[in-house]
Design a protein around this ligand. Structure first.
Ligand code: FES
Length: 281
């Protein structure tokens, strides 16, 4: 059993929880994820690690209560326990093993869409702790859905906000802001790391391919069981078949077949909707 030591509501449907899981915290690295099982009848919910404190032994997760399982998780409070909390799983971000002096020569832009801001934070913090300034974009539909802005501001060199409706920061979609930064403001980036909804990652990759900037994406949104057994996260990367939960979750975004991944994601959404219609969450 894994104790929830802190719970915070970040926006209307998005919440964060610090969970006491010392062994997971000890070996967690940026880019990895955990599987949360709320109670003995709960489904496996794969969530990217948002933060970890090796001394306190806590791991921070952020989730949006949109499905049956995340709605159930949202009902848990501080002092209560999750049935299971497994991890860290998946491969760490590729730069974790890069030579630090080589990394210092690169200019990195992190792009976070909606709840994807949570997994971007530990990555930006990792760079900050090594004395490397990175730029960060946080994008959302509207101002109320921007999360973790204060925390991100402490670890980002430059923080840019974009909202679709223009209620805060740049008015427009994230790919337009990237184009504005690079083409109009003359920013130069060697690497972009983009985490968020699948459709946003697809259009960011179309833009960064045009601009000639290598882009890493996280295929976490397509995962189901997170163990390499259900096959739900099977994707095509270049001419290879990969499993997001085992080989990833991070891949070269210019090689990912997003249309195939979006089709598979839609298929599972329909099944979940049918299931939710049959059962009371
Ligand atoms: Fe089931 Fe990867 S999530 S195989």
């Amino acid at each position: 059993m894994y104790k929830i030591v802190k719970k915070e509501n970040l926006s209307t449907n998005i919440f964060s929880m610090d969970v006491l899981a010392p062994l997971v915290a000890q070996s967690a690295q940026p880019g990895q994820f955990v599987i949360v099982i709320a109670d003995e009848k709960g489904e496996r919910v794969p969530l990217t690690i948002c933060d970890y404190d090796k001394e306190k032994g806590t791991v921070t997760i952020v989730a949006q209560s949109i499905g049956c399982s995340t709605k159930k998780m949202a009902q848990f409070n501080e002092g209560e326990y999750f049935h299971d909390f497994v991890g860290p799983l998946g491969q760490p971000s590729e730069y974790v093993n890069e030579d630090i002096n080589e990394l210092k020569k690169k200019k990195v832009l992190f792009v976070a869409g909606g709840v994807g801001t949570a997994p971007v934070y530990p990555q930006a913090r990792w760079f900050h702790e090594k004395g490397i300034d990175v730029d960060v974009i946080i994008g959302a539909k509207t101002k109320d859905l921007i999360i973790l802005e204060d925390k991100m501001r402490k670890v980002a060199g430059n923080l840019y906000i974009a909202t679709d409706d223009g209620s805060y920061g740049f008015k427009g979609m994230i790919p337009s802001l990237i184009e504005d930064l690079v083409v109009n403001q003359g920013k130069k980036y060697d690497l972009i790391v983009c985490i968020g909804p699948m459709i946003m990652m697809k259009f960011v990759c179309i833009m960064t391919k045009k601009l000639g900037i290598k882009t890493i994406v996280s295929m976490n949104p397509i995962m189901v069981d997170g163990t390499g057994m259900c096959g739900a996260c099977r994707i095509t990367v270049g001419d290879e078949t990969k499993f997001a939960c085992v080989d990833g979750p991070e891949f070269d975004g210019h090689l990912v077949d997003f249309d195939e991944a979006l089709r598979r994601q839609a298929q599972y959404k329909n099944e979940e909707a049918e299931k939710n219609g049959e059962h009371v969450c």
